[in-house]
Design a protein around this ligand. Structure first.
Ligand SMILES: Nc1ncnc2c1ncn2[C@@H]1O[C@H](COP(=O)(O)OP(=O)(O)OP(=O)(O)O)[C@@H](O)[C@H]1O
Ligand SMILES: [Mg+2]
Length: 212
């Protein structure tokens, strides 16, 4: 009887473990914040760490999907798939062991909210200016019921502005990554390739995986 109970408990935990979802949504209603770039670099980091990973492209602009098509034209096969997804499917994402990274469109919409609601972690990229930070507040609020972190991208490292933005986030009690993604031509021109350098996205992914 006791053994049976232990087995049941063990099974229960193994099912819980197996069904553990790893859905990471990249969101910021502000356009050009670095969402699609972050989605692809995070997926690359996950694949490089030996994890099974897929990208779901919820953006009708299809930036993440275009990345794959550009790669295919060059005969490059990305170490993850990118599939389009709509609001209805986002609401019924399957629980599995695959890390799912959702790229979302700019602008406030029920689609973005559905992606946020279905995720284990919301990563909110932003440029390092006060104006961008101000425009990021809406997304931080929309993700308040989820684990989330603001990721400063396209940053000029070592500038006063960067320090001011970090200070502001701290003051506002917004959770953010200490790791900052620098502004690099190599990142902007990585479209259609498998990124070689990860520019800190690998550290960011590790931190997310520890939290979820
Ligand atoms: N760290 C970086 N260094 C240099 N350029 C970058 C960096 N991150 C992103 N970019 C460039 O900035 C532009 C916007 O990035 P991206 O497309 O990822 O933003 P987005 O938030 O997905 O935009 P949208 O809101 O239109 O979907 C792109 O041209 C991209 O290549
Ligand atoms: Mg995009």
């Amino acid at each position: 009887m006791t053994i049976h109970r232990y087995i049941t408990i063990a099974l229960y935990y193994s099912i819980l473990y197996d069904c553990h979802m790893s859905i990471i949504t990249v969101a910021n209603t502000k356009g050009g914040a670095g969402k699609s770039t972050s989605a692809i670099f995070l997926a690359t980091a996950a694949a490089r760490a030996g994890r099974q990973v897929r990208v779901l492209d919820a953006d009708p602009q299809g930036t993440a999907s275009e990345w794959v098509w550009a790669a295919e034209e060059d005969g490059t096969v990305l170490p993850f798939t990118v599939e389009p997804v709509n609001a209805a499917s986002l609401r019924h994402l399957h629980s599995d062991d695959v890390i799912t990274i959702v790229d979302t469109p700019p602008g406030e919409s029920s689609l973005v909210q559905a992606a946020i609601d279905s995720s284990d972690f919301v990563i909110i990229p932003t440029k390092a200016t006060s104006a961008d930070l101000w425009r990021t507040a809406a997304t931080v609020a929309a993700a308040a019921h989820r684990l989330s972190g603001v990721l400063i991208t396209q940053a000029r490292t070592g500038t006063t502005l960067l320090n001011e933005v970090k200070t502001q986030l701290h003051k506002d009690d917004v959770s953010y990554f200490d790791t900052v993604i620098p502004l690099r031509e190599a990142i902007a021109s990585a479209v259609g390739t498998i990124p070689t350098e990860l520019w800190g996205y690998d550290i960011v992914l590790d931190e997310i995986m520890k939290e979820i």
